[in-house]
Write a protein that binds this ligand. Structure first.
Ligand SMILES: NC(=O)c1ccc[n+]([C@@H]2O[C@H](COP(=O)([O-])OP(=O)(O)OC[C@H]3O[C@@H](n4cnc5c(N)ncnc54)[C@H](OP(=O)(O)O)[C@@H]3O)[C@@H](O)[C@H]2O)c1
Length: 229
């Protein structure tokens, strides 16, 4: 069993990811700036999954120290301070970064992307925490999907990062969430492409008056079969 620390796990995205990992039988710690808020989030997960024992609350720095794998689910405006608060615990660990650089973070539209000097939110995380193994992940799966408990999620999880061993470690973990297929998109420099799909999906959701827009990459198995002939 892997211990997963969801940093800022008290919002919609973190709570959804935490709930799915608890449902999958992993050990989850919900992190927050305050232990009371983390405990309230844990209570919410226990309401959704009665009898769940594999979840607990901690302050973000303690969650990071105790976990094997970290998930970052805070708004862009909180990214730097939150990462600096977990610097010690995150060193050497895979850190799955869901941060979306959307214009809504600065009072604009959630359908527009903010270009960051580092290239992407995930590269910004890597520059703030050079010792963590940052992997861009969970950007394209909405909290609405995570919260459809009992239903497989109809969306791939596009990931990228510079540490292959870390990606190989987290891919089977992420695929414990029913329906989710992990697509390794390569180095962290691809994160801007993955992150830009999110405002596209939000725009499509608005246009179609729904909340389940997702993305599937197809045909990759077929290419593999051709190569091996
Ligand atoms: N929601 C989605 O469907 C979705 C989908 C894809 C990607 N994402 C990305 O995932 C991240 C989290 O999304 P969310 O909707 O869950 O966000 P959220 O609810 O706004 O915030 C998540 C948590 O971040 C912490 N936080 C918020 N503002 C902060 C601040 N100013 N300083 C420090 N900590 C702060 C809070 O935790 P505490 O108060 O407990 O510390 C909060 O509960 C975002 O970057 C978003 O772009 C979201």
């Amino acid at each position: 069993m892997t211990t997963i620390g969801v940093i800022g796990g008290t919002g919609g995205q973190g709570l959804g990811i935490a709930t799915r990992f608890v449902e999958a039988g992993e050990d989850v710690i919900i992190g927050s700036r305050t232990i009371e808020k983390a405990q309230a989030a844990v209570d919410k997960v226990k309401e959704l999954l009665p009898g769940a024992r594999n979840i607990r609350a901690a302050a973000n720095p303690d969650a990071a120290k105790a976990a094997d794998v970290l998930v970052l689910t805070v708004p862009l405006a909180a990214q730097k301070d939150t990462l600096l608060s977990i610097k010690e615990g995150a060193a050497g660990k895979p850190l799955l970064d869901a941060t979306g650089p959307l214009e809504s973070c600065i009072g604009g539209s959630a359908t527009k992307y903010i270009d960051l000097p580092e290239g992407s939110a995930a590269e910004r995380s890597q520059s703030i925490l050079p010792d963590a193994k940052v992997i861009c992940a969970f950007n394209n799966i909405s909290q609405t999907w995570f919260m459809q408990l009992g239903e497989p999620i109809d969306c791939d999880c596009l990931i990228c990062g510079n540490d292959q061993a870390a990606k190989d470690l987290v891919a089977p973990l992420i695929e414990k969430i029913p329906g989710v297929k992990v697509i390794d998109c390569g180095k962290l420099e691809r994160a801007c492409i993955i992150e830009k799909i999110t405002p596209l999906l939000i725009g499509l959701n608005i246009k179609n008056k729904c909340q389940f827009g997702g993305i599937r990459i197809t045909g990759l198995d077929r290419i593999k079969a051709c190569d091996t002939k």
